[in-house]
Design a protein around this ligand. Structure first.
Ligand SMILES: Nc1ncnc2c1ncn2[C@@H]1O[C@H](COP(=O)(O)OP(=O)(O)OP(=O)(O)O)[C@@H](O)[C@H]1O
Length: 244
């Protein structure tokens, strides 16, 4: 069953055509990695999925809602589609535990005891139970990102979008975050779209790789095949320029 479906989607920033005739289907439970040169539209594409960027052409169906329809309630989509950003975006003036409990309380109206139990379980999953009462600023970048992922999971989403989740981290923190993402991809029926430059993660975890250039999808290829021999010359060049 398809969880996300782009149908001839176009997106403009003013006159600039940032996404061109995007056609893409992601099934429930799939893990898809988006790669491509800087400025190719990867962030823009995933930001359209939870409505952070509006589209101007085509249809984008997420969890059965059409984002091109202005009657669609974005809150319904954001409830089921979480997003993890490069710079974590935790609530700076709330404790780690409160960061996890806020949205389930406000949006899902979750019972307080259940909310806390759920949050503590997630802190255990990300290995940070001892940080529950700390403020985010007292944690390392890698720890903050694991909290941000736990916060997304607290909403029990159907899909998670990751926009370069390890790009702002010191090298020694990157693997903790990638391992957590890998366990989410493996443990659950979560649908995951990940923009990343971490080719090791893509190789190991992705079902498919999407290669973008200049606002277009040039390749949508099963992972092993992509890394063995990408079809497009641009993708071959891209891979030969980066370590993988
Ligand atoms: N808010 C905006 N207003 C105008 N142009 C924008 C805006 N956001 C992005 N762009 C432009 O759209 C294009 C695609 O940007 P986007 O951030 O989606 O690329 P990307 O592939 O994610 O790049 P990177 O790997 O560098 O993050 C770029 O040319 C960028 O300058």
């Amino acid at each position: 069953m398809s969880m996300i479906e782009f149908n001839h989607v176009g997106k403009y920033y003013g006159d600039f055509h940032a996404l061109k005739d995007i056609n893409l289907e992601v099934d429930a439970g799939e893990t898809v990695v988006l790669i491509g040169p800087s400025g190719s539209g990867k962030s823009t594409l995933i930001r359209t999925i939870n409505g952070l960027e509006p589209i101007q052409e085509g249809h984008l169906i997420v969890n059965d809602y059409d984002l091109a329809d202005n009657k669609t309630d974005m809150n319904k989509i954001r409830k089921d589609v979480g997003m993890v950003f490069q710079h974590f975006n935790l609530y700076a003036n709330k404790t780690v535990l409160e960061n996890l409990m806020l949205a389930p309380r406000k949006v899902l109206k979750m019972d307080e005891a259940e909310n806390k139990e759920n949050a503590m379980k997630l802190l255990e999953k990300v290995g940070l139970v001892d940080k529950a009462e700390k403020m985010p600023s007292s944690l390392s970048g890698g720890q903050q990102q694991r909290i941000a992922i736990a916060r997304s999971l607290a909403m029990k989403p159907k899909a998670l979008l990751f926009d370069e989740p390890t790009s702002a981290l010191d090298p020694e923190m990157i693997n903790d975050v990638l391992n957590l993402m890998k366990s989410i991809a493996e443990d659950s029926d979560m649908t995951m779209l990940v923009v990343t430059h971490e080719m090791g993660f893509a190789k190991e975890v992705a079902d498919r790789v999407i290669f973008m250039a200049e606002g277009e999808i040039l390749e949508d290829t099963p992972t092993a095949q992509f890394f063995e021999k990408p079809k497009e010359k641009r993708a071959q060049q891209f891979l030969s320029q980066i370590k993988h």
